[in-house]
Design a protein around this ligand. Structure first.
Ligand code: FAD
Length: 553
């Protein structure tokens, strides 16, 4: 913790110099002494301190000043630092005002000028107040803070981005925390553009877009070089597997990830079937470990950058990022996975992010402690989500369209759900409407057999209803199946014929697409097993074929 601050304010230069001298003499070992000569300057300084989350232990302020009295200043300052001790410097004529301040602003003490000798008239009083302050002050958080409202979709996006990228932050709900609200109002655009992100260096970002946020929290968003041996698109398990193997085998490797490394797996609350982790591990832990490993081995990782176009100019392959920059490479691995399918029912769009969430949205679960949560879907991801939410919710209801859980879910999860008392499973059920103006309030559910529809109050709705391949940016480049998944290897050979534009004398390698030197790995690939281990395996196996391909060009 940095030294707490004793802040003094006086408009008379000699008095200010004398207070400053006496304070420094006695307190400079344990405190930072700051001073200001006008109320306006002092308030500005205090706001800056709060933005950096510095601690102010004590204000020592002259009562009689031309534009703002000491009491007026303390009234404002205590909105930001309610715990700080407040002392007024007064002349005899100010005594009445000082006594009033004890009632109005909870003044801790008033000192008569002059205070000589300080050993007798100043230090004992301040020592006492400071030791009080130490006993009550909460330890300040000196990392990133995000202030907003719980029911705002943009606040959810910022929190989700930070937590999925494993950047620690403190959440301040301005509807519950007066101090946080005052802090937000003190920023330039804060009150209008929520959330406000307070960075440890004192800078603030009002409702930042993901790339601005990424850059400011220390993630790499720009490539260091214009050209690489291998560019990997997508940073899920397949991309990370490829990055670890590519970098460790001496390829100059760049991975581009549009949201957060870890991909879908990063959102999983517990992966139980990944080799080597008998008790399971969280997706976020797996993503953190793999990202660190890839970087340590020399891979470069760009975050909050989306590949929007791929261009082939033999023998090179180029990717265009959504900021317009272009990066060249000798080989490409597409590991863009899938995106979760959306639930299109009336009322859902305005409150997505405010009670309605896609995927596990782990960060939100604690906000619905002891409330009724609903989970839509009947596959493994829905089951894992329900298990995770059951730790927080009073009750979790799973709404499943099918007639049995076993049809879409691993048996171990079916068993766990069966053993969890606060999970209820409703088969043959589908959500037909969601209700709520600023946040979710209720959902309407139809029984698919009887057609009966009922509306239930709902605190949160988590949706897990399948996925679409993320390959639009490759539409005219590589061959895809009718659902958009990329076709690779022997699947490209139809009736003994190689793909149309294929010019080489060999068949496409396993995991190679219809364009030589462009490979696909993981969920995005037609026919892939949609699992973490197989995505990691495919990503690493791809690298072997990249080497083989590079020997040919
Ligand atoms: C909630 C949940 C729980 C799961 N639990 C398990 C489990 O317990 N066990 C198991 O084996 N499997 C589990 N799975 C499945 C597993 O997570 C996936 O099979 C695996 O993540 C696929 O990895 P991938 O790298 O192919 O794709 P993804 O994980 O989908 O990663 C693709 C990445 O590419 C990025 N991307 C997409 N397009 C672009 C672009 N144009 N530019 C840049 N980046 C882009 C995406 O942002 C994403 O990060 C779970 C899935 C979910 C959603």
């Amino acid at each position: 913790m940095t030294k707490p601050i004793i802040f003094t304010l006086d408009d008379e230069p000699q008095v200010l110099a004398a207070v400053n001298r006496d304070l420094r003499q006695h307190y400079r070992g344990d405190y930072r002494i700051m001073r200001a000569s006008s109320g306006a300057d002092a308030l500005e300084a205090v706001q800056e301190l709060k933005k950096r989350n510095d601690s102010v232990a004590l204000f020592l302020v002259d009562q009689r000043m031309p534009n703002m009295s000491g009491t007026d200043f303390l009234t404002e300052a205590q909105k930001l630092y309610p715990e700080a001790r407040k002392v007024l410097l007064t002349a005899y004529a100010d005594t009445e005002a000082a006594i009033d301040s004890i009632n109005t602003i909870g003044l801790d003490y008033y000192l008569m000028k002059p205070w000589d000798p300080p050993e007798q008239n100043l230090y004992p009083v301040l020592d006492d107040l400071l030791s009080d302050w130490w006993a009550t002050v909460p330890v300040p958080y000196d990392g990133i803070r995000v202030a907003g409202t719980l029911w705002s979709a943009s606040s959810h996006q910022v929190k989700d981005f930070l937590s999925r990228n494993r950047i620690p932050y403190q959440w301040l709900d301005i509807e519950k925390d007066k101090e946080a609200r005052t802090l937000v109002e003190s920023t330039e655009n804060g009150a209008r553009h929520l959330p406000v992100v307070f960075l440890p260096d004192g800078n603030t970002l009002a409702s930042p877009d993901p790339r601005t946020l990424a850059t400011n929290v220390g993630l790499q968003t720009e490539a260091a070089a214009p050209f690489y041996d291998l560019v990997i698109i997508g940073g899920g398990p397949a991309g990370l597997g490829a990055a670890v193997y590519g970098a460790s085998e001496g390829l100059q490797t760049l991975m581009v990830e549009k949201e957060a490394t870890g991909g879908q797996a990063g959102t999983s609350s517990r992966i139980e079937n990944y080799l080597g982790f008998p008790k399971g591990l969280s997706g976020s832990d797996l993503a953190r470990r793999a990202t660190t490993q890839a970087i340590r081995l020399g891979a470069e990782i760009l975050t909050a950058q989306e590949v929007v176009k791929v261009r082939v100019e033999d023998p090179y392959r180029f990717v265009t990022l959504d900021d317009g920059s272009e990066i060249g490479s000798k080989a490409l691995i597409v590991a863009t996975g899938v995106t979760v399918r959306e639930l299109n029912v009336p009322g859902i769009e305005p409150i997505t992010g405010a009670g309605v969430y896609y995927g596990a949205a782990l960060t939100e679960a604690a906000n619905y402690r002891d409330q009724h949560m609903f989970v839509v879907g009947g596959a493994n991801s829905a089951g894992q989500g329900a298990m995770f939410f059951s730790r927080y919710a009073s009750k979790v209801t799973m709404l499943v369209r099918g007639s049995s859980l076993e049809r879409g879910m691993s048996q171990y999860l079916v068993d766990q759900i069966g053993d969890t008392k606060n999970i209820e499973v409703r088969l043959r059920s589908e959500v037909v409407e969601v209700h709520g103006k600023n946040q979710l309030e209720a959902i309407s559910v139809r029984n698919r057999d009887t057609g009966d529809c009922e509306t239930y109050p709902a605190a949160a709705l988590f949706i897990f209803i399948g996925a679409e391949a993320h390959t639009d940016f490759l539409a005219d480049i590589v061959e895809r199946n009718s659902a958009g998944f990329i076709i690779t290897g022997s699947d490209l050979i139809q009736n003994g014929k190689r793909p149309n534009r294929w010019k080489l004398k060999r068949d496409p390698y396993l995991l190679e697409t219809s364009i030589p030197g462009i490979f696909a790995a993981g969920d995005v690939r037609h026919g892939s097993t949609k699992r973490v281990a197989s995505a990691v395996g495919e990503g690493s196996v791809c690298v072997r074929f990249v080497h083989q391909y590079l020997k040919e060009v």
